[in-house]
Design a protein around this ligand. Sequence first.
Ligand SMILES: Cc1ncc(COP(=O)(O)O)c(C=O)c1O
Length: 374
Amino acid sequence: MDQPVIDHRGPEFASLTNEILELIRPVFKTSGHVVIFPSSGTGAVEAALVNTLSPGDRVLIFETGHFSQVWRGIAERLGLQVDYVPGNWRRGASETELETRLVADVNRTIKAIVVVHNETSTGVTSRIAALRTAMTRIGHPALLIVDAVSSLGSIDFRQDEWEVDVTVVGSQKGLMLPPGLGFNAVSEKALAASRDAKLPRNYWDWRPIVEQNRAGFFPYTPATNLLFALREALRLLHEEGLENVFARHDRHARATRAAVNAWGLEIVCEDPREYSSSMTAFFMPDGHNADRLRALVLDHFDMSLGVGLSKLTGKVVRIGHLGSFNDLMLAGTLSGIEMGLRLAAVPHRDGGVSAALRSLTEEIVAEQPIGQRS
Ligand SMILES: Cc1ncc(COP(=O)(O)O)c(C=O)c1O
């Protein structure tokens, strides 16, 4: 991205856009449109809503944690009517609850279902395929809007197969970029809905972007240097192979859980089917504050751990293992936490790092052809 800015109305820029749009579709596993905004993820959240809905529309949002709360706040401030499906912040969206709610909606007044795929505040990944199956079984026409901010490019995501109508993403997580780009992957059904949607929009309007993208341009000055970086990041993901990228994160997540379990601490996610491969959150024992541990780790080892958000403030530590990440980075991360636990006098058992290293190496051995095992 450290290159001179090029003319965003010139031919070199058009080929940059075309290459990015070609490379990004397979990352969403879609053949549809991917709209790119110069924005944070929150901008892309707003864009998903204002392009598809009208004032007063009913939207079902699953409470999964801090980020579902963010969605709720934005939707309400935009004048939407939110049905907030309560959750305990330890589980993902429930397909049986969705089914019950949709069956009860006899007049089909629910216009959209919003699910945070990977709840970054808790390390819980909702099973989108199961939710889509429930919607199909009932034949409910609501749009399915999914926040994949902390899953895309780290955890398998299938826009077309799961019939997701709008996927919301930011640049700073699995896409390995600095903050500053927001994405909406848009189905034909969502694009059709946008023709009738009455919420006011200008900057976030998909239509001029989709139109100008056809020739390789944007309706306003794009974040050119971030787009240079995006092209490179997409090339990296394809070079490694998406399935290998997902397997790498799955493996790091397993090793992280091995460490947390060995410490005798409690993982926030309650359902093993919903363990996140991009981040793991664990609870601090009662009477111990996560922010004190985080401050000690930052002071002594210059490592910044994820803060507990909203009602989890001070209660949980979040370990990020997404994006550009390898075995030794994980080993360093877990070592910093284990030393921090000791410094903060948090009751725990020794051996978390060893358990993680064992998990990492056992998997390498298991993958080697039998003749090559030592
Ligand atoms: C799941 C999720 N949704 C939305 C957002 C908001 O994105 P941003 O902070 O880029 O506006 C985040 C940010 O971390 C997130 O993790």
